[in-house]
Design a protein around this ligand. Structure first.
Ligand code: 4UV
Length: 531
């Protein structure tokens, strides 16, 4: 059975992201603060932002950027990130956002796969940028800095050129706006092709369920490089003409101080921040009374925790479910207290979904005695990605012939038709809401000369939600300690992908067909693999 949003469909305009967000900026909007950098107080009004977006687009096109060119954007949250992001889109380019903490090797992999031809970054990230761009052959002159720095074109200088933004004609429904990376249900990270219409649609789908206005002050501590930060925190807030309060990283006292100083009314968090807000004594030292709404997403929110936070801040608590491949939001709780905050609520407008038994293919049909059977959550709607870049096989495995996208998450329905995520079918590990693709770590472990085989699975963790746990088979006669394995991985990956538990085993359990039996390993108690 196919379920729908309880809300009526919204009209999805056939426009670009730029037209949606900046097309109808009226005089009053121009003077409102669009974004303020929490630590420094540096800010841009909507008028300044809109003007700078056009000037950056003009400067890019003057440097030969053509519609469809891919531009890597590698920067922490800051006002200049927004100028660069929307400038590239306005110029007809496609932004591939790079995780701020990526190593040169991880960055180069994404540059190569995405076919990026330009690179926009900040001076502190320049060593990574130059190593990665050199590896893939992007010339140093095509690396631009958002801050003032030597040896490269900088955003301030490019804006000062005052080049007119060119007319660019693109088809919003096919032209790629962004290429974020996600491992989806299996394998390594892949470029998720999101069109202008995908992003525009999801902003319009979220508007009725995430009520924001120009009076809101929105905390943007989750990164803009991830789809949650990019299309929900950034673009939806711009659409509402709210004030966005950006922070370059999560640091609890700085975050709390900023929420207090900027009178944040709307906090977007992932569960670890909800834990800190609820339980850390430091959270009691700040005046958070302006907070009206907290939205948690990217990983499961514990119901008791959500309720405790709502009570503590005397605010509305909501949970959203999203996935990069869904631009990202498909489900949100109404936030009116009618549903458990442990649920992900109802589908957003224009979204259809079904729950499918992964073994039998049977669809969940009904709720009996307050709950339905479980099944894989599959979603259809205008926010479903166009596919994975250069990977037709993964695209076909993920988007079924009838247009439903497989999330790889197991869910059930509650008495009101609300959805609960109960398990994950896919390999993905989520560390503090960030993706850790096991396939990537397994491939890395296999490059170690003392490792014959390895498998990485999630292990539950109070602080991070899940942490990567490796089962390693040593080569015969090889000496290798757990600490050595941990250090080997830590040197080569961004911090969230570090393997944090290592156990040695004689053989990785595999099915007769050679498929790793991850579920068996996930449920092993600690030390279960030791020999
Ligand atoms: O692809 P991704 O890294 O994408 C995300 C997006 C999360 C968002 C975005 C905007 C919101 O407003 C919001 O509430 C959430 O995380 O990872 C997708 C996978 O993350 C897990 C699930 O396994 C997805 O397939 N996940 C995301 N949200 C939830 C979740 C959730 N609320 N509960 C359980 N798992």
């Amino acid at each position: 059975m196919i379920f729908r949003s309880p809300l009526p469909d919204v009209v999805i305009p056939d426009v670009t992201v730029h037209e949606l967000l900046f097309g109808s900026l009226d005089v009053a909007d121009r003077d409102r603060v669009a974004i303020v950098d929490g630590p420094s107080g540096r800010s841009l009004t909507y008028g300044e932002l809109a003007d700078q977006v056009l000037l950056f687009a003009g400067a890019l096109v003057a440097r030969g950027l053509r519609p469809g060119d891919v531009v890597a954007l590698h920067a922490p949250n800051c006002p200049e990130f927004v100028v660069a992001f929307h400038g590239v889109l306005r110029a007809g380019g496609t932004v591939t956002t790079v995780n701020a903490l990526y190593t040169p090797a991880e960055t180069a992999t994404q540059l190569r796969d995405s076919g990026a031809v330009r690179y926009v970054t900040v001076t502190p990230f320049l060593p990574t940028a130059l190593a990665a761009t050199a590896e893939v052959g992007i010339p140093a002159e095509d690396v631009y800095l958002l801050d003032i720095g030597a040896g490269h074109d900088t955003l301030p200088a490019m804006l000062a050129e005052r080049r007119p933004a060119p007319e660019v004609t693109i088809d919003p429904s096919t032209h790629l706006a962004v290429l974020p990376y996600s491992s989806g249900t299996t394998g390594r990270a892949k470029g998720v092709m999101l069109t202008h219409t995908n992003l525009v649609a999801n902003v319009c789908q979220m508007e009725p369920v995430l009520p924001l206005s120009a009076e809101d002050s929105v905390s943007a501590v989750l990164p803009f490089f991830h789809i949650y930060g990019m299309n929900v925190i950034l673009n939806l807030s711009l659409r509402a003409r709210a004030k966005i309060v950006s922070l370059p990283r999560f640091d609890l006292p700085v975050f709390l101080r900023t929420v207090e100083d900027q009178h944040c009314t709307f906090l977007y968090v992932a569960p670890p921040i909800a834990v800190a807000l609820t339980k850390h004594p430091m959270a009691d030292e700040y005046d958070l009374s302006a907070v009206r709404t907290v939205v948690s997403g990217a990983a499961p929110l514990d119901e008791a925790l959500g309720e405790a936070l709502a009570a503590k801040l005397d605010c509305r608590m909501m949970q959203g479910f999203g996935m990069t491949e869904l631009s990202p939001v498909s489900h949100v709780t109404p936030g009116d207290g009618s549903l458990s905050v442990g649920s992900i609520g109802f589908a957003v407008p224009n979204v259809e979904f079904r729950l499918v038994d992964p073994d039998t293919g049977a669809e969940v049909e009904a709720v009996e005695n307050g709950r339905s059977a479980t099944g894989e959550l599959q979603v259809r709607g205008p926010n479903v990605m166009a596919g994975y870049l250069g990977n037709a096989k993964a695209t076909e495995e993920t988007i079924l012939a009838d247009g439903f996208l497989r999330t790889g998450d197991i869910a059930r329905l509650g008495p009101q038709g609300e959805v609960y995520v109960v398990d994950r079918l896919k390999e993905l590990i989520k560390y503090k809401g960030y993706q850790v693709p096991p396939a990537e770590l397994e491939a890395l472990l296999l490059t170690h000369e003392a490792i014959a085989d390895a498998v990485v699975v999630a292990y539950p963790d109070d602080d991070a939600g899940e942490i990567p746990r490796a089962f390693v088979v040593r080569r015969p006669g090889a000496e290798l300690t757990a600490d050595e394995v941990i250090a080997f991985v830590a040197e080569r990956v961004a911090p969230h992908k570090k393997v944090r538990i290592v156990e040695f085993t004689d053989a990785v359990p595999k099915s007769a067909a050679g498929k790793i039996l991850r579920k068996d390993l996930r449920s092993l108690p600690l030390g279960g693999g030791d020999r």
